[in-house]
Unconditional design. Structure first.
Length: 266
């Protein structure tokens, strides 16, 4: 099985302007396809921007099968590249911080709602999701999805590992002064759970926040295979099933677990 070449779009887009952000996504999908990628991953809340008032987020929120989802399906189909994008999802009276995976044929593959909301801003704007493991199959790999703060809880990533996730996609809005998450924590999560992790951040000032960039793709041997800088950037990395198999064969973490000792965790 060939590696899944993946493009990481480190960008904050235009705050509150869904139409312009769809245009930016179209351009990035074209560049991703030209670079040989089969998957394009964007940042948290890419579709609308992150630093919006709760009422503005609610006004821009769309259903998982809404107009923007259909537009992104057309983008994916035109360029033959799968797309994982962050957006505010409306479902009934609730608004979720969500991420949706669209296949290269334009079909919706999976939709995830952020389970761990960070700080008062998110807790006021969103309803937390309650499904910790959402997966889909793409390019011969089992893809998992979570969002930003979720990856900082070891239990959530371990749940994905136990469910067979090979490649975890994490759109994020990771801000100063927490850049150690991108620099150190994400590669450790990949190593201890024996999976690839794509961590794709926003960048630059936005409202009261300063996003630090540093998007990365980390592999199960703990190596950061690609790393963006602090500005707008499209970087490429690969999730290689052969390296994943070899790493899992030699690394005993998941085999040596003793779940009977961990009852106090739950």
């Amino acid at each position: 099985m060939p590696p899944l070449r993946t493009a990481l779009l480190q960008s904050s887009g235009r705050l509150g302007d869904t139409a312009e952000n769809l245009k930016a996504l179209e351009e990035a999908a074209s560049r991703a396809a030209q670079g040989g990628a089969g998957l394009l991953v964007t940042s948290e809340m890419f579709l609308t921007g992150y630093a919006l008032a709760p009422q503005d987020i609610a006004g821009l929120a769309e259903p998982a099968d809404g107009m923007s989802a259909r537009a992104i399906g057309e983008i994916a189909r035109r360029h033959g590249v799968a797309v994982l994008y962050g957006y505010p999802e409306r479902s009934g009276d609730a608004v979720y911080n969500a991420a949706q995976l669209i296949g290269p044929d334009g079909e919706r593959l999976a939709n995830y709602r952020k389970t761990h909301l960070f700080g008062c801003f998110e807790q006021e704007a969103f309803t937390p999701g309650d499904v910790p493991v959402v997966q889909a199959d793409l390019g011969g790999l089992r893809i998992g999805i979570m969002i930003c703060y979720d990856v900082e809880f070891p239990e959530t990533v371990r749940a994905h590992a136990l469910a067979g996730t090979d490649f975890l996609l994490v759109p994020t809005a990771q801000m100063h002064p927490f850049q150690f998450v991108a620099e150190q924590l994400v590669p450790v999560r990949a190593f201890e759970n024996q999976m690839y992790i794509a961590y794709v951040n926003r960048t630059g000032p936005e409202g009261e926040f300063e996003f630090v960039g540093l998007s990365c793709l980390a592999s199960p041997d703990g190596v950061t295979r690609t790393r963006a800088g602090r500005g707008e950037e499209l970087v490429f990395g690969e999730a290689d099933p052969e390296l994943l198999h070899a790493s899992r064969t030699t690394n005993p973490y998941l085999r040596d677990r003793r779940p009977g000792l961990y009852a106090s965790l739950v």
